[in-house]
Write a protein that binds this ligand. Structure first.
Ligand code: ADP
Ligand code: ZN
Length: 210
């Protein structure tokens, strides 16, 4: 089973990926998460990625493709995987094709720009375990502390107001063309992601069972 989650920033790709992991028992490969870990550990690729990510820009295709290629070669990917955040440009989609990756389904989680901005401005993430919260939609029990591990909740460096605008522009210009790319291959399904998490999950499972 190979699935791809497409959609704007904060569409809920990571959150829905967790539901899919439970259902299909295959790992999620999130390029955003891989880059954040590399940035935290200050590896060479992490330092390079940070230059782009903090400005709301995409990490160059060659770097991203190499990292994904390496990750997908690992043992846990042999029965399939869920890709979250890759491919995100046409050259990346072409590279995935060239690697022989054929997605069973490409799931577009559709969310309007205003909602993206609202979600990102309230998003908080645990610095320790990576759990994601929203100050209104999904607050932690204790202010600024993670329910799961007690770690401190922080705002991602790329979740500023200016950066969100750039990320949305980048999404519309560089990632949206993938919608047509996969629609033409015939494996695209669209799920409305505007409402709460549970609603999106329900729509998602319905779309996958069709
Ligand atoms: P979001 O979906 O909220 O924008 P992600 O966690 O998926 O955030 O990604 C964070 C950042 O990491 C992106 O804004 C981008 O700079 C970088 N990134 C993630 N995936 C890719 C990719 N496939 N190609 C290039 N850059 C990427
Ligand atoms: Zn935590």
């Amino acid at each position: 089973m190979k699935l791809l989650l497409l959609g704007p920033p904060a569409a809920g790709k990571g959150t829905q990926a967790e539901k899919l992991v439970e259902r299909y028992r295959i790992p999620t490969i999130s390029t955003g998460a891989i880059f954040r870990k590399a940035m935290e550990q200050m590896t060479p690729s992490g330092k390079l990625a940070k230059e782009y990510i903090d400005k709301g820009q995409l990490v160059p295709d060659d770097v991203t493709i190499a990292i994904v290629r390496e990750r997908l070669a690992e043992d846990d990917c042999k029965n399939g995987y869920i890709l979250d955040g890759f491919p995100r440009t046409l050259p990346q989609a072409q590279a995935a094709d060239d690697m022989g990756i054929q997605f069973d389904k490409v799931i577009l989680i559709d969310v309007a720009d205003e909602e993206v901005v609202r979600r990102i401005s309230g998003r908080r993430q645990c610095g320790e375990c990576g759990a994601v919260y929203h100050i209104d939609d999904n607050p932690s029990e204790k202010v600024s502390l993670c329910d799961k591990c007690g770690g401190t909740l922080v705002t991602r460096d790329d979740d500023t107001e200016e950066t969100v605008k750039i990320r949305l522009e980048v999404y519309h210009s560089q990632t949206e063309p993938l919608i047509r790319f996969y629609r033409e291959k015939g494996n695209l399904v669209t799920v409305k992601g505007q409402k709460e998490v549970e609603h999106t999950t329900e729509m998602l499972f319905q779309a996958l069972d069709k």
